[in-house]
Design a protein around this ligand. Structure first.
Ligand code: FAD
Length: 326
């Protein structure tokens, strides 16, 4: 009985959270000694499915009625695949789509779903999933009761997406769907806002917080971001004050990011901020308060006044660049 990762595509384009879902499936599969399978739903998706690596098998779940996303179509097709393949645990990216159809799927199979999971561990051969509760103030362990199939969705950035491994053999699965099964009509996909910046895809982020003091001081951190080739992000008070646009806010009510480097400048590290950036590979923080909670998650910390530290950093980067160019 497999761990089955449901990968998400839209119009032939992968949602990159798919690779995080596959990585989670691989880790859980390895921890519990279960085979890892993947599935992609849509119309004529076999070629896309052939791009999947690192699973023992990938199902191309194909039907003309899956060309456009509907909760009914996806839930019905996923249910048939889970029943046919005997999947033990089905994993999904916690995307808007998953939020829409996973409750329907789990309820149709008389099961609960553990949603927005941030991690897992194996305990005496059993799976324990970790979810955040109370706005991320506490973590709760979740164990499935009763018989499989089990269902879980994964918070963006909770697992590091991986695309390595051997190409997975593709198996086409044709679900039984009829037009009468689909009672909703898809309209244009939901967009939170027209985003000029995609922080989620940024490799390096410099984030600024209230420690900056005033909007007219922002050019200092902008210069640092520029020197590092980074996107500029912010904590909520900066965006609430209108100093930077909302689309640059990181946190529970902003974007979730997972860059290689996240440099937090004058940010205290409130839990609502941390949930949006703790998936970064390396976290560095500049804060004048040695007790600031940001230092609890930081790999590197500089305790000091940002107005002294940031100019020195910019100078050091410019010098290193100059020397590299010599
Ligand atoms: P502060 O907490 O004021 O911290 C400023 C930091 O700067 C301090 O640690 C201080 O020591 C340091 N500092 C000051 N001067 C200097 C200096 N000269 N040099 C160096 N360091 C200095 N917040 C988010 O960020 N994102 C969210 O999505 C979000 N969502 C929320 C949702 C809800 C429902 C709620 C209730 C809150 C949310 N918040 C969010 C707000 C969050 O709780 C914090 O209030 C916010 O993150 C604090 O921002 P900050 O760290 O920039 O400011």
């Amino acid at each position: 009985m497999s761990v089955l990762a449901f990968l998400e595509q839209r119009g032939g384009e992968w949602n990159r959270m798919s690779w995080e879902t596959l990585a989670a499936a691989r880790q859980i599969g390895a921890d519990l000694g279960r085979p890892v399978h993947a599935a992609v739903l849509g119309h004529e998706v076999a070629a896309l499915a052939a791009e999947v690596r690192g699973a023992e098998r990938v199902y191309a779940v194909e039907h003309p009625l899956l060309e456009e996303y509907t909760a009914e179509g996806y839930a019905l097709a996923a249910r048939q695949l889970i029943t046919r393949s005997g999947a033990w645990l089905s994993l999904f990216p916690h995307s808007y789509r998953t939020r829409d159809f996973l409750p329907r799927l789990a309820a149709a199979m008389d099961r609960a779903a553990a949603t927005d999971v941030i991690g897992h561990r194996a305990e005496s051969g059993a799976l324990v999933l970790v979810r955040q509760v109370f706005q991320g103030k506490m973590n709760a362990d979740v164990r499935f009761a009763g018989e499989p199939p089990y269902f879980a969705s994964l918070q963006a950035g909770a697992y590091r997406g991986e695309t390595g491994g051997d190409a997975a053999p593709v198996e086409t699965f044709a679900p039984q769907l009829a037009p009468g099964d689909i009672r909703s009509r898809p309209s244009a996909p939901f967009r939170e806002a027209q985003r000029a910046v995609d922080l989620a895809a940024a490799g390096t982020i410099v984030a600024v917080g209230r420690g900056i003091g005033d909007a007219d001081k922002l050019p200092l951190v902008e210069r640092l971001a520029e020197a590092l080739g980074a996107e500029l992000a912010a904590s909520r008070p900066i965006c609430d004050a209108g100093w930077l646009p909302m689309e640059r806010q990181v946190g529970s009510s902003g974007q979730t990011v997972a860059p290689k480097l996240y440099l937090a400048v004058g940010i205290s590290g409130a839990i609502q901020h941390l949930v949006g950036m703790k998936g970064a590979r390396t976290i560095a923080a500049i804060n004048k308060d040695p007790e600031a909670p940001i230092f609890e998650v930081a790999d590197y910390g500089i305790v000091g006044d940002l107005f002294q530290v940031v100019p020195a950093l910019i100078e050091a980067i410019a010098k290193a660049r100059g020397e590299a160019g010599d």
